[in-house]
Design a protein around this ligand. Structure first.
Ligand code: SF4
Length: 706
């Protein structure tokens, strides 16, 4: 069959949580990536639309653009040199085993990623707890959505990013979008906001910058970074003061209102204006738009979540929804826009420090027994909860002496990144599985080159809780193995010959059994069903309400009849404003906030290697207001230093009136002198253990050259 006759393989983009549907067609060319992207309009979430990242994703499949052979560090030269797979896996197994034997099992750490498929996340969690016997596993999703997940759990008893399909956003009456720049992070999703407005709905965007998304808003609120909690409390205060609560809903479907009400009433609008910088008339206008609509939603993303009070901040926005009866009803509710490709599924199947598959809790004896039975191990041998992501990274070279890292690049993406890099360098042993030589992989003792999205089958769960199937369209190159093959090969060397299959469908079938009866129940979802239905929403138990096997329809909309708490009622959580962990002062008078740009993804390890994306956004920059620039004598394009208590980053200035004069912004996709995360504050949320990426105090200085 020539390339023109070859069938199109339906799959999904390897990058963000929208998981856009796309088709892959063989090119037939011996050089290059081997496939090209074609439109797949039938997939309902993106209907064929892709951003530049998705469109160019095949470029990294080409030989030369990626790792093609295992690398091991040569003891004599200190250089990474090619090795056979057997030699590389032997060395990893030896490094992990020896560390465990000398320092105890918890001296071995495992760090995963929110981009790993469900099968890989599941296998990695099992590998850590069964093959290594360590409690020290967490993943970079902790840095992504953990505050929203914690708040969701507290209020609703269950965490699913969006408890409704994205299509509902276009049909509701009003959306408050808090700390999300959809237009750049997941452009095809912007159409839901456009359709919302075409349908007569209203859009309120909360962001300290007038982003491309904020430009679409009917009302743009630009609070000081770190004050979203006070903003939500101020809006709730006005809702109560103006008699716009839904008392019937509160009485019938919630608990804890009086305490939450009292907390909100302590936050007077004038006080909220002082804290946030948003004038009282704007607060009143937001309440009017939100409450006048028959249905409304609040959607949050990293802005309010990546704070040391992220859980309470999201809780305050949920309280606003509950008090106005905008939850557990069609076309209303609170949702979190998850960021990474499998940000949702990645947190459900056991790579999180405190969780077992199916979103079960690791310290729940019933959950431990269930999963141990599926894994065919004694539940008493399963370790307990371990450290959260930053705490784990901070312990490297101390209590944790060896690390296996899969699908993450913390040298660029972790907070206080210079310190994290120094911790990683101090390890006795580091193994990294990745598709490219990322900044973290470059520090490893062993680098394992793994297959990419188009070369292996597996499932992801998008931001709506829709479980999707990525299909293999190409064979991986000869020097490359899949992550599942890596884990299987290591497990065998660690005397676990059984229990780590390499076939993704076999792993998924085990995951289904492990998740059965849990909060994230996948037991009724099969590869066949996903393929036939183009995605299935969890929870989807094995049997439907009538006890018939294999026909449960899945659950696109959660909480319509009851919330997932023991009594079926949602919980208000009383919360109060508190300052950021680090407020501006004389030495560091400006606030730094960080984020993403259209052409780059996460740490940039992949997208920085794609020519078109790199040309569009080749390096870091510092966005600052003309008034601040003038005061400091900085012209547009000149190099500028941003200094925090943790370090210094240098990048060209972008002077723009679209940012608050008291705030500077840096994207975090680059290593080197412009690494934004050199500056960020690892102060942690007490519940979610989310670092405070979005707010820290800095000073800005003119420099002569970058
Ligand atoms: Fe890929 Fe996200 Fe872009 Fe869609 S929006 S093409 S999923 S990066």
């Amino acid at each position: 069959m020539n390339a023109a006759d070859a069938p199109t393989v339906d799959t999904h983009c390897p990058y963000c949580a929208l998981q856009c549907g796309m088709g892959l067609r063989p090119t037939g060319a011996p050089e290059g990536p081997g496939v090209r992207v074609v439109e797949r309009t039938a997939f309902p979430v993106n209907r064929g639309a892709l951003c530049g990242k998705g469109r160019t994703a095949p470029e990294l499949l080409a030989p030369g653009a990626r790792l093609a052979s295992p690398l091991v560090r040569d003891a004599a030269t200190g250089e990474l040199v090619p090795a056979t797979w057997d030699a590389a896996l032997d060395r990893v197994a030896d490094g992990l085993r020896r560390t465990g034997a000398e320092h105890g099992r918890d001296a071995v750490g495992v760090f995963g990623g929110g981009g790993l498929t469900n099968e890989k996340a599941y296998a990695l969690g099992k590998f850590a707890r069964v093959a290594l016997g360590t409690s020290q596993i967490d993943y970079n999703g902790r840095f992504c959505m953990s505050s929203a997940a914690a708040a969701h759990g507290k209020a609703f008893g269950l965490d699913r990013g969006l408890p409704f399909p994205l299509a509902d956003v276009a049909r509701t009456g009003c959306v408050i979008l808090v700390g999300s720049n959809l237009a750049e992070t997941m452009p095809p999703a912007l159409r839901y906001l456009t359709e919302l407005k075409e349908n007569g709905g209203r859009l309120i965007v909360v962001d300290p910058r007038r982003t491309r998304t904020a430009e679409q808003a009917d009302l743009h609120l630009a609070p000081r970074p770190g004050t979203d909690l006070a903003l939500a409390l101020g809006l709730l205060h006005l809702v109560v003061a103006e008699g716009r609560t839904d008392e019937e809903f509160i009485a019938a479907r919630t608990g804890g209102w009086e305490e939450a009400r009292a907390a909100a009433m302590a936050h007077w609008p004038e006080m909220v204006e002082r804290i946030t910088g948003i004038a009282v008339p704007q607060l009143r206008e937001a309440v009017r738009l939100f409450c006048d609509a028959e249905s409304s939603m609040v959607l949050t993303a990293r802005g309010p979540e990546q704070q040391a009070k992220g859980t309470d901040t999201v809780g305050a926005w949920i309280n606003l929804c509950l008090a106005t009866g905008r939850a557990g009803r069609k076309l209303s509710g609170y949702g979190c826009l998850t960021g990474q490709g499998n940000g949702q599924g990645g947190r459900e199947h056991g790579q999180k420090a405190d969780q077992l598959p199916g979103y079960r809790k690791l310290d729940d004896p019933v959950a431990r027994r269930h999963v141990a039975e599926v894994w065919d191990v004694d539940p008493d041998t399963l370790p307990g909860p371990g450290r959260s992501a930053y705490e784990l990274l901070d312990a490297l070279g101390g209590d944790i002496r060896a690390l296996l890292l899969m699908g993450s690049n913390p040298v660029v993406s972790a907070p206080r990144a210079a310190h994290v890099e120094e911790r990683i360098r101090s390890l006795d042993f580091l193994a990294v599985a990745d598709v490219v030589l990322s900044e973290t992989a470059a520090l490893a003792d062993v680098v394992l080159p793994v297959a990419q999205w188009a070369e292996e089958t597996g499932t992801t769960t998008n931001l709506e809780g829709r479980v999707l199937l990525r299909r293999r369209a190409l064979d991986p190159p000869p020097g490359v193995r899949t992550d599942l093959e890596v884990l299987s090969g290591l497990a065998a060397r660690l005397d676990r010959e059984k229990g780590f299959p390499t076939d993704p469908e076999e792993v998924f079938d085990e995951l289904r059994r492990a998740s059965a009866g849990g909060p994230a129940d996948y037991s009724g979802i099969t590869y066949e069903r996903i393929a036939a239905e183009d995605g299935v929403f969890w929870p989807c138990p094995e049997t439907d309400a009538a006890g018939r096997p294999g026909v449960h329809p899945g659950t696109p909309r959660l909480f319509l009849d009851r919330f997932a708490t023991p009594d079926g009622r949602a919980r208000f959580v009383p919360v109060a404003h508190r300052p950021a962990a680090e407020e501006p002062d004389e030495a560091f008078p400006v606030v730094l906030t960080t984020g993403r740009v259209l052409a780059q993804y996460q740490s940039g390890a992949q997208t920085r290697r794609v020519a078109e994306l790199n040309a569009a956004e080749p390096g870091p920059f510092v966005q600052l207001h003309p008034r601040l620039a003038e005061r400091l004598g900085i012209a547009d394009g000149e190099p500028v230093a941003v200094v925090s208590r943790r370090g210094r980053a240098v990048a060209p200035a972008r002077v723009t009136g679209t940012i608050r004069p008291d705030t500077v912004f840096m994207p975090f996709h680059w290593p080197g002198p412009g690494r934004a995360n050199t500056l960020t504050n690892p102060a942690l949320d007490p519940t979610s253990r989310m670092p405070e990426f979005k707010v820290c105090a800095v000073r800005v200085e003119r420099v002569e050259q970058v």
